[in-house]
Design a protein around this ligand. Structure first.
Ligand code: ADP
Ligand code: MG
Length: 326
């Protein structure tokens, strides 16, 4: 549905998006994840045909964005970063205005606008001026604008920025519901967000794609080994000595000593080795009692940081990045 091939965008001599390629299939919900200044908005602006790449090709539903911009753009509903600026229009006027822009036929307009108002739960505020509604409602108005014209693809730039937790939950639910009959690409610098909404994640940093995978696989990929969290009673203080003689343990680290004198450690092994059974046997022989043993969870957050750090190491010579707050 979306094909991006070797796309580069420069602002002057600064490369904001650097030779990126990816594909998005029909019906997928994909997250474009990266820190501020990574190139997310620039990428989305190119996908929507809002700005042109210096190099590369973007194909939307079979139409080349440069050669057939009208047809390509018709398939796209875009929700830009930030809130809509049409403060002096009512919610309904704004959606009608968008319908005119998208050239929705007159006959269908009224019905279509009403349907979108219902889909985005804007009925209560449809006659209020946009300036007078809350941030959460504004975001939904913006989303409504993207839905006008029944596009196959929704491009949502940081859809939850600036919202309170309740509003975030509402917007997420809304995005998921639209995922049933749209292909969606949304950007975010929040990890938990993409892992909750998206089935595929594209991680971008300093204009380059550093990984494309499912949230689960990304976590798996960057795990250096299995990390176990263990709580023991070790009256004779032998655990570190004993552990030295267990093959497969790469590291044992004391995390803390509890008030009941039990101690918490993390134990790292190779990816392939499951030490749980052996630990139970060997420790109990040495009078080390295991109170608790569990696998430590590695989060998408870890994955993200690790991927970005690795790429940073590789690209130390890549200087001259000016960071922008967005
Ligand atoms: P993100 O959306 O991931 O925060 P952007 O795509 O907005 O990132 O920006 C990527 C980089 O390009 C940033 O370093 C930003 O400062 C720069 N940039 C964005 N827009 C412009 C512009 N119009 N002119 C010059 N530099 C820009
Ligand atoms: Mg942005």
């Amino acid at each position: 549905m979306i094909e991006v091939k070797n796309v580069t965008k420069k602002y002057g001599s600064f490369t904001a998006v650097d030779n990126i390629s990816f594909n998005i299939k029909e019906g997928e919900i994909v997250g474009l994840l990266g820190p501020n200044g990574a190139g997310k908005s620039t990428t989305m602006n190119m996908l929507t045909g809002f700005i042109e790449p210096n190099e590369g090709q973007i194909i939307i539903d079979g139409y080349d964005m440069l050669k057939k911009p009208k047809k390509a753009k018709k398939q796209i509903g875009y929700m830009p970063e930030g809130v809509p600026l049409y403060n002096d229009l009512t919610v309904k006027e704004f959606i009608n205005y968008m319908a005119d822009l998208k050239m929705v036929p007159k006959k269908e307009k009224k019905e279509k606008v009403q349907k979108i108002i219902e889909q985005t739960n804007l009925k209560d505020v449809q006659n209020k001026l946009i300036r007078n509604i809350s941030r959460g409602y504004k975001q939904r108005v913006s989303m409504a604008g993207a839905l006008v014209g029944s596009p196959k693809i929704l491009i949502l730039d940081e859809p939850t920025v600036g919202l309170d937790p309740k509003q975030i939950t509402e917007i997420r639910a809304l995005i998921k519901s639209f995922g049933k009959d749209h292909t969606i690409i949304l950007s975010s610098h929040i990890l938990s967000e993409v892992s909750q909404i998206c089935e595929k994640v594209i991680i971008i940093n300093k204009g380059k794609i550093v990984a494309v995978d499912t949230p689960n696989n990304l976590e798996e990929k960057v795990k250096e080994g299995n990390v176990l969290q263990i709580t023991v009673e070790d009256k004779e203080g032998k655990i570190e000595e004993v552990s030295k003689n267990i093959k497969g343990i790469k590291e044992i680290k004391l995390i803390k000593t509890n008030s009941d004198n039990t101690k918490e450690y993390t134990i790292t092994s190779d990816k392939e080795t499951d030490l749980r059974k052996e630990l139970f046997e060997k420790y109990s022989k040495e009078n080390i009692t295991i109170f608790e043993l569990k696998k430590a969870e590695s989060t998408l957050e870890d994955a993200f940081m690790k991927l970005i750090e690795n790429k940073d190491e590789e690209g130390k010579k890549n200087v001259g990045n000016t960071k922008k707050r967005s």
